[in-house]
Ligand binder design. Structure first.
Ligand code: CP
Ligand code: NVA
Length: 283
């Protein structure tokens, strides 16, 4: 059974912390990257837009000596008559791992069930585990151990917030959400928080969604002022300017959004190495 990376809840804390430690080691070697993936190929399949996920996986593979093939799912046979089983089995004969961004989480699990190589979740409508690994790496860098931290989420309840919820009991942090769907006020969530985090109110595939109910949850200076001294602001990007966060906060010294984006590259390298260990990659 290949090592898939689809749900954070599939792993224990020790495994995920080991991946983050490796990510920090690889970041330290970013100008002299070890050629761990020599001769290996990652395929990437997308049914949605992407900048960070696509480029960071591509560069991660190539910097460590590997190759990539990028495919838009509407140009593949799986978008037509070919079954998930056939697609997974054929790609397993060509490449060494597949990173997939697709809306349908169950379809990704189905592909993984048939694949003879690792499947990595590059975001579904249910979760975005690679993003949360990069986020936790960033929090550790900026604030030290993530365990015991208060991470406050504002706005929509979506694939990114759900993955934070999944990660919280594994890593031992306190995840407090303030959304139109619960009773926690933004002020209560922000008070004494170590990290304030938000995401777009209109995820990919939700064009035309009404956003009025989210305005009270915008991350602004008043909320940042309630947080702990030294608290940081995070966002997976892209930001819908300037809805879920004010320009003032996103561009303030507390904002670590571009370090967070950079860490996608380093976290991805370590996730790939973890999955490819099965085919001989040495960690
Ligand atoms: N944060 C993130 O996943 O960005 P992309 O949609 O650009 O990949
Ligand atoms: N929640 C957003 C995250 C984008 C990286 C979306 O699904 O579009």
């Amino acid at each position: 059974m290949p090592r898939h990376f689809i749900n954070l809840s599939d792993f224990d804390a020790e495994t995920l912390k080991g991946i983050l430690k490796h990510a920090q080691e690889l970041k330290a070697k970013k100008f002299n990257p070890p050629q761990l993936f020599k001769g290996l190929t990652l395929a990437m399949m997308f049914d949605k837009l992407s900048t960070r996920t696509r480029v960071s996986f591509d560069v991660a593979m190539k910097q460590l000596g590997g190759h990539t093939v990028v495919m838009s799912m509407n140009e593949m046979q799986i978008g037509g008559a070919e079954s998930p089983e056939s697609t997974a089995k054929v790609l397993s004969r060509f490449v060494d791992a597949i990173m997939i961004r697709m809306s349908d989480h169950d379809l990704m699990e189905e592909l993984a069930g048939h694949a003879e190589i690792s499947i990595i979740n590059g975001m579904t409508d249910k979760s975005h585990p690679c993003q949360i690994m990069a986020d936790l790496m960033t929090i550790e860098e900026k604030l030290g151990a993530v365990e015991g931290k208060k991470i406050a989420w504002f706005g929509d309840d979506n694939n990114v917030s759900k993955t934070y919820e999944e990660a919280a009991p594994i890593f031992g942090f306190d995840f407090v959400m303030s959304t139109p769907f619960n009773d926690v006020t933004p002020q209560d969530a922000a008070r004494d928080a170590d990290v304030l985090v938000t995401d777009t109110w209109v995820s990919l595939g939700q064009d035309g969604k009404a956003i009025e109910k989210f305005w009270p949850y915008q991350v602004n200076r008043e909320l940042m002022d309630l947080a702990k001294p030294g608290a940081i602001f995070m966002h997976c990007l892209p930001i819908h300017e300037w809805e879920e966060v004010t320009e003032e906060v996103a561009k303030s010294p507390a904002s670590v959004i571009y370090d967070e984006a950079e860490n996608r590259l380093h976290a991805q390298k370590a996730i790939l190495a973890f999955c490819l260990e099965d085919v001989g990659v040495e960690i």
